[in-house]
Design a protein around this ligand. Structure first.
Ligand code: DAK
Length: 256
């Protein structure tokens, strides 16, 4: 029984909706515990080919970690809280399925960090994205200091950290913080992308995602070797036989 998250599966898409709109979907321990549960469900369900994460209420994706829950934390509790979220976010990043963040409104602090753990980000035009933790006397604790510079470069990330500025969607697009901006309904755009993904080999996408995730942390030559090893693995899959046979028979591939 979930209290703060709605989880649903339709048309091979696992929908994870953070549902605490009165607190702008802020993340406390309950939300994070439930997020962990549904991330596991989506990862293990063979019917789920793509995951979409969004926030309920039309005002926020997630307005950050719950400030009320953090106010009185000791350093050791803060460490455990950060590690709990980081572990879930890592599972999202390394999951062998594509995860799309559909951002409609504020994605701040832990919300921006959640979106950055996803593979693809789609935002509505009204969205604002930022890491305002320094206004609270803390730093990002859910991997924002690590993922943001990797995504937008060190200098832009440092400016976002230090100014706490909420970056508007069009600017987020121009610096590579989001992949797409739509006037409204980012979930519909995420579904469009998901439908394109579902036409392709899901096992190949999983291996390609792994090659990129792991390779980007390696020296280039090692990453290239790693790619060859994973490329070889695709030749042990039914999808490789089907994909190449379908091409040669001039018909669309029918991936399972
Ligand atoms: N936590 C708790 N409640 C929040 C919240 C948050 N992050 N954001 C909004 N709310 C609540 C508000 O308190 C308000 O509740 P009520 O007063 O109605 O009970 C309700 O949501 C609506 O918010 P507002 O009334 O403020 O709505 P506005 O439209 O006026 O403003 C806003 C929207 C998003 C600009 C504003 O709510 C805002 O600035 N929110 C805080 C954004 C923020 O600073 N986010 C970053 C949070 S810190 C760690 C270290 C650091 C972190 C985590 C771990 N470790 C080392 C453990 C930090 C993580 C963060 O994410």
């Amino acid at each position: 029984m979930l209290d703060t998250i709605i989880y649903d599966v339709k048309n091979n898409i696992g929908y994870i909706t953070i549902n605490r709109p009165k607190a702008l979907n802020a993340l406390n321990q309950v939300v994070l515990g439930e997020l962990s549960e549904v991330v596991d469900m989506a990862e293990k369900d063979p019917n789920v080919k793509v995951v979409i994460i969004t926030g309920a209420g039309g005002k926020a994706f997630v307005a950050g970690a719950d400030i009320a829950a953090m106010q009185m934390m000791t350093p050791s509790e803060a460490y455990d809280f950060a590690r709990m979220a980081q572990e879930i976010y890592n599972r999202i990043q390394y999951m062998p399925k594509i995860v799309i963040a559909a951002i409609d409104g504020f994605a701040l602090g832990g919300g921006c960090e959640l979106a950055m753990a996803c593979d693809i980000r789609v935002a509505s035009a009204k969205s604002k994205i930022g890491i305002p933790e320094v206004t609270l006397g803390v730093i990002p604790g859910f991997a924002g200091t690590q993922r943001l510079p990797r995504l937008v470069g060190l200098s832009r990330a440092k400016e976002m950290l230090a100014t706490a500025r909420k970056v508007p969607a069009d600017e987020a697009l121009s610096i590579g913080l989001v992949n797409h901006v739509v006037e409204e309904n980012p979930v519909a755009k995420a579904e469009e992308i998901a439908a394109d993904i579902c036409k392709n080999s899901i096992s190949a996408i999983a291996l390609g995602k792994r090659a990129m995730n792991e390779g980007i942390e390696m020296e280039l030559k090692k990453g290239i070797e790693h790619e060859a090893a994973l490329f070889a693995v695709t030749f042990s899959t039914e999808d490789q036989r089907e994909g190449m046979t379908a091409f040669l028979e001039k018909r669309p591939a029918n991936f399972k």
